[in-house]
Ligand binder design. Structure first.
Ligand code: CA
Length: 524
């Protein structure tokens, strides 16, 4: 006999239907999930960006959806949006600064007078380098054009740098996104506050280096030098960055040895492969000792605001021994890959274990093997595995599982090399998505779990029960008031976490502050 109530029971609502009495919406895979609130969506944009799109939605469509959401927020509470942009940009929580610059340009274009003023006021805090400023100019030029306020803000950026900072920034970032420092200076036309500024301005706008200061003078001199030892000396003495070096010198190990002396941490991490390729960074070399020393220094890493995702990308590329687009081959030095492995964990602020029983469940369905993380060459599944490794390294009572439409063992263990963890995850990618499996599986196996951490793109659709309902059922039948942390690996607007239940919460994947945030949630 048919049981009428059974058809209404939330426990048995398939993911392809909306949970009765909730505000769920269809996700891109045709399953029903909650729609994240506008501020949550903004955070996903600021931290994950939309570069590369997702498995379901192209980059353009994802960007338009996110921009519309941001504009709506800017028009209702623009000053808070500017503040949020500033907070996330300055804290170094996001792998890339580009989304912050984009939202700042949106605020400068679509905000009311007070919002525009706020956006221009924080410009130097968000656009911390010449590259950031060029990027902002390119975005703002498309969105709003150059008004008086924009000219003044860009002009102040130049005026507020010291002459030495300005020389360095304009040597390092001469052009980006079709814009040059010369374009910006000519449009903004700021009045030079000192004669040293005036000298740098003249070099930028007219190429006249006479009064541009010692670093730019050295840069001009370097163009005429042929002797490598002499060039190296000039590079060290004037702290010239790689971007200021003539191309034909960039295959010389002596030049790289000179560059390494004053190389910023992020540049060093990006150039490891090149330094090995040119023969500077080899086993038992002086450079090896220097580089490993810096990579293992936690305070250096933090001061340089190195984001863990940058380290992970560098590790994955460097250890592979060949460039992405056929940019040569090299022999990776083992101590360097080991140091990068350690640096990944150090780039997160360290946290104490919670003592909770934790289940880390990684969505390894097909979409996770395709969606890029924060516009990087890493996939969402790889990103999720790396985040799982951070929890494994901290907590004492953790189990991991992979899932798609069925359960898969991943075999991740604490201390396993990150590259092995990524490889294992890549090999596991399969099938459709059922985000209820972690809770159902724990129940079936009588596992005692306080916190389920589900790392996913929230495109669940396959299962016969919603993940939120699976959690409620787990709580009911186990007697444990278990929580669900959803770590979102794609910047879409969906979440499997019920916003009405304080025991379920949404987090943004590859936010550098995730370990603290998860800890607070677990202990709350
Ligand atoms: Ca999927």
């Amino acid at each position: 006999m048919m049981e009428y109530a059974k058809n209404l029971s939330q426990r048995l609502t398939p993911q392809s239907a909306k949970l009765p009495g909730t505000s769920q919406v269809a996700n891109s895979a045709g399953g029903f999930t909650w729609k994240l609130d506008a501020w949550g969506r903004l955070d996903r944009l600021l931290i994950l960006g939309t570069e590369g799109g997702t498995f379901y939605v192209g980059e353009r469509e994802l960007t338009i959806g996110q921009a519309e959401n941001a504009i709506k927020l800017i028009q209702t509470d623009g000053e808070s949006v500017v503040q949020r942009v500033c907070e996330i940009s300055e804290s170094g929580r996001a792998p890339k600064n580009d989304p912050a610059i984009f939202v700042l340009a949106l605020a400068a274009a679509f905000g009311d007078a007070a919002t525009k003023r706020a956006a221009f006021e924080v410009l130097p805090k968000v656009a911390r380098t010449g590259a950031h400023l060029l990027k902002f100019a390119a975005e703002a030029d498309e969105l709003r054009g150059w008004g008086r306020a924009m000219r003044r803000a860009v002009g102040s950026w130049y005026v507020e740098q010291t002459p030495a900072q300005l020389a360095y920034q304009s040597l390092k970032y001469q052009q980006r996104n079709g814009w040059t420092q010369r374009d910006l200076l000519r449009l903004a036309h700021p009045k030079a506050p000192t004669s040293e500024h005036d000298g740098v301005f003249k070099w930028i706008t007219q190429g006249d280096a006479d009064q541009a200061g010692p670093q730019i003078e050295a840069f001009e001199k370097l163009k005429r030098i042929e002797d490598i030892a002499e060039a190296a000396e000039l590079i060290v003495e004037h702290r010239l960055p790689r971007e200021a070096i003539p191309t034909q010198m960039l295959n010389e190990p002596e030049v790289w040895e000179a560059l390494l002396q004053n190389m910023p941490m992020t540049a060093m991490i990006r150039n490891l492969a090149t330094m090995s390729r040119v023969g500077l960074l080899t086993r038992k070399s002086k450079a090896e000792k220097e580089i490993v020393g810096r990579l293992t220094d936690a305070s250096l890493l933090r001061r340089a605001r190195v984001h863990p995702l940058q380290v992970l990308i560098a590790l994955r590329t460097y250890a592979s021994g060949h460039g992405l687009r056929g940019r040569g081959t090299w022999s990776p030095v083992r101590s360097v890959t080991d140091a990068l492995d350690g640096a990944f964990y150090k780039a997160f602020a360290s946290v104490e274990p919670t003592g909770k029983r934790i289940m880390l469940a990684i969505d390894v369905s097909a979409s996770m093997g395709w969606t890029p993380v924060a516009g990087s060459p890493m996939t969402a599944a790889e990103g999720a595995a790396a985040m799982a490794m951070v929890t494994l390294a901290t907590e004492n009572d953790v189990q991991t599982m992979g899932f798609a439409h069925t359960f898969k063992t991943l075999g991740l263990t604490a201390g396993m090399p990150l590259n092995t963890a990524l490889k294992k995850t890549r090999k596991t990618i399969f099938g459709a998505t059922d985000c209820a499996l972690p809770m159902q599986n724990a129940l079936k196996q009588s596992l005692e779990i306080d916190l389920f951490v589900v790392l996913t793109d929230n495109e669940t659709w396959y299962g016969k029960q919603h993940p939120s309902e699976a959690l409620l059922e787990y709580r009911r039948r186990s007697g444990i008031d278990a929580k669900l942390a959803v770590v979102a690996m794609a910047a879409n607007p969906f979440s499997i976490a019920d916003p009405e239940d304080p025991g379920m919460m949404d987090f943004v994947g590859f936010d550098a502050s995730i370990p603290q945030a998860l800890r607070e949630f677990a202990l709350a």
